[in-house]
Design a protein around this ligand. Structure first.
Ligand code: ZN
Length: 380
């Protein structure tokens, strides 16, 4: 039976370029689809018709991905039939006579069908399963529509009260940045299991760029406008940002205090979890709490998954091809609350490739660090 590729499911991405069935191990060349974005990154596809054969999978357009051509340290994830997701090894570099580079991963024989993704997929159904497992610790509410008319939701443990500090979390401002979702998943689980943390008011918009999450686009600088560059000037530039702004304003007005956390993934190969000390646009000021929060978070992180760096300080304007203010800078300058952005690696740290459970442990650490931060701010 011939090998074929499917992407007709939520988050699917990948274009089949060619299948060479002549060697003992079929060779499947594919490209990560940019869809509505200037750069590609995300992919998630299923291969069928393997008939128990091993397979070589080749990414043919690394030059078009955010982070560039060097995928030598990247370990995508694989799911075989009903097994859990697991990392595959690092790729082999292939070079064409003209100098183009492609990357090949060899996958051992495993049944008829496999799924491959850039990193562990996380869709609304995964969040729903987690919330179900947490049996009522968090509720959901409709908060607005996306550009394409999908329903945005807020996940929350309680309504705001004037004597309680509040935390507002956002994830997936860029549709493909799944590490942010797994960190949020771990944070929600940790809060649900911890009475002291449940005293804090936690609100989250788990999928801001929901259209790109579902359609499988990376969602960085998409047409017509990047969700996380839609917060000014003249905000909102997109309805998703409008919903976040309304929620954050409401929460600030009803709570004792508000702390804003925006969860992201960096470029494809970075092996670090860090706070940017400022945002990337020209003229962006230093976030006054970034260094201290970053160091607290880094030292609270279990050693095996700890990041080698706590924060980075981007040069102002180093990423100026994305015009507009990001959410966390708007939270500081427009809403006037403490805020951070957290970039979580798709890969791991310098010693370890992260598992799903590792991302959840980072989320638990984040919950503890935020709670400690709120308590220090409150009491001295
Ligand atoms: Zn991002």
């Amino acid at each position: 039976m011939a090998v074929s590729m499917r992407t007709d499911f939520p988050g699917g991405n990948g274009l089949l370029l060619s299948v060479d069935e002549s060697p003992g191990r079929p060779v499947v060349r594919f490209a990560a689809e940019p869809r509505n974005c200037p750069q590609a990154l995300w992919f998630h596809f299923q291969l069928t018709g393997l008939g128990g054969r091993a397979v070589r999978v080749v990414l043919a357009n690394p030059e078009q991905t955010l982070g560039g051509v060097d995928w030598s340290g990247n370990c995508p994830v694989l799911r075989q039939e009903s097994q859990p997701w697991q990392r595959i090894g690092r790729p082999q570099k292939l070079q064409t006579p003209g100098g183009r580079v492609e990357w090949a991963w060899d996958i051992d024989a495993a049944g008829d069908a496999i799924e491959l993704a850039f990193c562990y997929p996380y869709q609304p159904a995964d969040l729903a399963a987690t919330l179900e497992e947490l049996s009522g610790a968090f509720k959901t509410e409709f908060v607005g529509l996306t550009l394409a008319g999908r329903s945005l939701i807020r996940v929350f443990n309680r309504l705001a009260q004037p004597h309680r500090p509040a935390v507002m979390l956002t994830a997936r401002h860029h549709g493909g940045e799944v590490p942010g979702s797994w960190v949020l998943d771990g944070l929600l689980r940790h809060v649900a299991a911890n009475g002291a943390l449940r005293e804090i008011t936690w609100w989250a918009i788990p999928f801001v760029d929901l259209d790109d999450v579902v359609s499988g686009s990376y969602g960085k600088d998409p047409f017509p406008h990047d969700c996380n560059r839609s917060y000014g000037p003249s905000a909102p530039r997109r309805p998703e940002a409008g919903a976040v702004i309304a929620e954050a304003r409401r929460l600030k007005s009803q709570a004792a205090s508000l702390f804003f956390v925006d969860l992201h993934g960096p470029s494809h190969a970075e092996r670090a979890v860090y706070l940017p000390a400022r945002s990337w646009e020209p003229g962006a000021p230093i976030n006054p709490i970034a260094h201290e929060f970053a160091e607290r978070f880094q030292s609270a992180t279990p050693e095996d998954i700890r990041s080698p760096v706590a924060f980075v300080t981007p040069r102002p304007g180093s990423n100026s091809r994305y015009p507009g203010l990001p959410a966390s800078r708007w939270a500081r300058s427009g809403l006037k609350v403490d805020s951070i952005t957290l970039e979580t690696s798709y890969q791991g740290n310098q010693h370890r490739d992260y598992t799903i459970e590792d991302y959840r442990r980072l989320g638990a650490t984040l919950a503890e660090t935020v709670a400690e931060w709120l308590s220090v701010r409150r009491h001295g």
